[in-house]
Design a protein around this ligand. Structure first.
Ligand code: GLN
Ligand code: ZN
Length: 759
């Protein structure tokens, strides 16, 4: 039998049950027992669904209350000293304090850093390692979940992040030391974990080492053999899993480690199949990831079987079939999408459908295509209709992209000349204060939006609610003394969805939620066809907000790279081309805003860094087209119009040239969480334009003290001249409450005043 399996299932729940349970627990409205019950129900439901679809083993332990990397930190006892944790088994509230700074019990403390999981929009909590770090088995979560699955009659396949990937993702605190020195003791804990799983009667353990698809330094690659050697012996069989790319330089190591099977991603890197087949020892299982775990397109099953059948001939029962990676990155179930256009819907598959695809492929391999003839016919029809649909190809859009000249990507003058024109137009004080765009989305606003979407609230009343909200946001910013105002983004549910809804070529699911971090989910739009802008998207709201104040109102757009990166993009057109289509739509919007008198326009690109390919060899190409797309969107305005951009969760060191090439007049970045460390990249590079380094962390509800902010800005002035510094929070404020926003921004403005007085 060909084993159909899965590397991980989304845990948030089809109705985001986990999100609601977490948030109500954090708010003190429900008990920890309630939260645990919801979690157990979700796990049972998801295992059930996977088995019903035809999977033999179900992944276990990939369920997480916040983040799977943080789960491992807890399991290894990696809790930074500031959390004051000394119990033998670390509790859930310490876990939440590490993730978000506070929990129903325990003292608040600075949350751990969060960063992107490889090239996805999922964020993990960065493990903090001390030079004298001790590891110990400090959580029973994994074993409890294994027992839970067994009690329900499932055959559990625990999922672990491998020791090298865990260390690679970690950050050292208290001195710069070599993390690899900690590998030995860490592997000791893995031995203990595997022995316990063995005792529990587990047959296979999945051990994820996605760093094998990176350009890994040789000293890291060299460590694999020894540490996996130490994992031999008293343990279940191991499936070493890699995903998000090709093994390339790690191929030999990955094939020859003393484990029992290897999983490779054939969606991202189909070309690695032959080299892997040539190297993989004959006793090992080869698991092929052929169903796209990163995107929502339905698999063309017939085409896939053409590839798999010869493989099955060759490998026999050594062949396993799976999605390319964990399904964490796709929504749960398409069955909920009754309202989606039927044509588009027939082209899609979410997690539940993807596990079914895997199972069908295995059935066809074992019993022949006839055994699944109907499913195959249906898949053929969908593939055919997608190839030929007239909604997808629009000649005028293609033409505009292909005829675009070099000038479109250039501002008229250099930054220094533009800066003069902008200072004349807007004489701002030293250390101008601003925010990143969004203000808290109140419950009233959410209800109004839901009612409007459901037809319970008419357009005029909805507009009134939004106008009142915008007026309120403008008023408070004036009162608190900010210099450059924003309208607050009350009309936006999400920074990508809002624009996608107004553009041709985008479609939307109703429940297609994907976890971004913790309880936060995003519902990525689906780019299925050529993109065009039928009309202005933000002009009315922005000019309304501007009409309420004398101070400059910043227009707020989402950039082309982020629109692409945070959508499920079509897989039948190159990404650079999709980005350019979006850039042109945004360019028209920027020009319309300028015409309407808006002189400061921010084009957010928080996903710019995240789009960077995992392998360096592919960076140049990406950075070229991504930079060009941004410049095309910003390039149509006069010198006196100030273009801002904003980026968060980014490491800038490697991409400074491209960041400078964006040539935004002002860039605001997230720096507070790293205590301004990220700013060093800009000073080392002699970054020429203006910068607003975030002065406080918006992911935590803690209010920053004025002195704390002053301290951070003073730190910033050591690397960037004061004349080119702005003062702003790390990111938008939509997830925060009004009380903490008021206190924080008042302190921020107070800090700016102190700094001005002192200079
Ligand atoms: N303008 C957006 C906001 O403030 C930016 C969000 C982001 O960077 N992720 O919400
Ligand atoms: Zn941000």
């Amino acid at each position: 039998m060909t084993i159909a399996h899965n590397l991980g299932f989304p845990r948030i729940g089809v109705g985001r049950e986990l999100k609601w349970a977490l948030e109500s627990y954090w708010a003190g409205k429900t008990t920890q027992a309630d939260l645990l019950t919801t979690a157990a129900n979700l796990r049972a439901q998801h295992w059930q669904l996977q088995r019903a679809a035809g999977l033999e083993q179900v992944p276990v332990g990939e369920f997480s209350f916040y983040d799977q990397v943080l789960d491992h930190s807890l399991m290894f006892g990696v809790v930074p000293p500031r959390f004051g944790e000394s119990s033998e088994r670390i509790g859930l509230d310490t876990y939440f304090r590490m993730a978000r700074g506070r929990a129903p019990s325990g003292e608040p403390a600075a949350a751990c850093e969060m960063t992107k999981w490889f090239d996805t929009n999922y964020h993990y909590i960065v493990p903090e390692l001390q030079p004298d770090q001790r590891f110990r088995l400090a959580s029973d979560k994994l074993f409890a979940e294994v027992a839970e699955a067994q009690a329900q009659g499932f055959s559990p396949r625990p999922v672990l992040i491998g020791p090298l990937t865990y260390l690679w993702l970690a950050k050292t605190k208290g001195g710069d030391f070599d993390r690899l020195k900690l590998l030995d003791p860490l592997v000791g804990v893995y031995q203990e974990i595997l022995a316990r799983l063995n005792e529990q009667g587990v047959d296979w353990v999945q051990i994820d080492e996605p760093i094998l698809v990176l350009d890994l330094p040789t000293e890291w690659l060299r460590m694999f053999e020894g540490s996996y050697g130490r994992l031999a012996g008293n343990r279940p069989r191991l499936l070493l899993t890699t995903y998000f790319g090709a093994l390339e330089g790690s191929l030999h190591v990955a094939c020859h480690l003393p484990v029992d099977g290897l999983h490779v991603d054939l969606v991202r890197a189909p070309g690695q199949l032959e080299p892997v087949l040539a190297k993989l020892p004959g006793h090992k299982v080869l698991s092929v990831g052929v169903v796209d775990g990163r995107n929502i397109w339905r698999t063309d099953l017939t085409q896939e079987l053409d590839r798999l059948e010869p493989l099955r001939e060759r490998l026999g029962e050594r062949l396993w079939v799976a999605p390319s990676c964990s399904l964490l990155h796709v929504p749960v179930d398409l069955a909920r999408e009754e309202r989606l256009d039927r044509g588009i819907r027939s082209w899609l598959a979410f997690a539940a459908q993807k596990v079914a695809e895997v199972a069908v492929l295995c059935r066809a391999l074992d019993q022949g295509r006839d055994a699944v003839a109907e499913v195959l016919a249906d898949s053929d029809r969908a593939a055919q209709s997608r190839r030929t649909s007239p909604d997808i190809n629009r000649a005028e859009v293609r033409k505009r992209v292909s005829e675009l000249g070099a000038d479109a990507a250039r501002r008229r003058s250099s930054y220094s000349e533009r800066a003069k024109a902008q200072r004349e137009r807007y004489p701002l004080p030293l250390y101008p204060t601003t925010t990143i765009g969004s203000f808290p989305q109140t419950a009233e606003l959410r209800v109004a939006r839901r009612d409007f979407k459901n037809g319970r609230l008419d357009a005029a009343s909805y507009e009134t609610v939004l106008r009142e909200r915008i007026a309120h946001d403008v008023q408070v910013q004036e009162r608190w003394g900010l210099d450059v105002l924003v309208h607050g983004e009350a009309e936006r549910n999400d920074m990508v969805e809002y624009f996608g809804e107004q553009l041709d070529g985008f479609a939307f699911s109703r429940n297609g939620w994907v976890q971004s971090y913790g309880s936060r989910c995003v519902k990525p739009p689906i780019i299925y066809g050529d993109v065009a802008r039928p009309g202005p998207m933000t002009v009315a709201w922005t000019t309304y907000a501007q009409s309420l104040t004398e101070r400059p109102m910043k227009g707020m757009l989402t950039g082309p790279v982020t629109m692409l990166q945070w959508s499920f993009a079509r897989d039948d057109l190159d990404r650079d081309e999709i980005a350019m289509q979006i850039a042109l739509a945004l360019r028209d919007e920027v020009i319309d805003l300028e015409k309407a008198g808006i002189g400061i326009i921010q084009i957010d690109e928080p996903a710019f860094r995240e789009g960077l390919p995992l392998r360096r060899a592919a960076w140049r190409d990406y950075l070229d087209w991504a930079t060009r797309a941004f410049r095309v969107s910003a390039g149509g305005v006069a010198d006196s119009t100030q273009i801002h951009t904003h980026m968060c969760y980014s490491e800038f060191n490697d991409i400074m040239t491209a960041i400078a090439e964006l040539d935004a007049d002002v860039i605001t970045i997230e720096t507070a969480r790293s205590d301004m460390e990220l700013l060093e990249a800009f000073s080392d590079f002699d970054y020429p334009n203006e910068i607003g380094p975030g002065v406080y962390d918006i992911h935590s509800p803690n209010v920053p003290a004025t002195e704390e902010i002053v301290g951070r800005v003073v730190k910033a002035t050591r690397s960037i001249p004061a004349e080119r510094l702005w003062i702003n929070p790390d990111c938008g404020l939509k997830t925060r409450g009004w009380k903490e926003v008021e206190a924080s921004l008042r302190n921020m403005v107070g800090a700016a005043r102190l700094l001005r007085d002192a200079s």
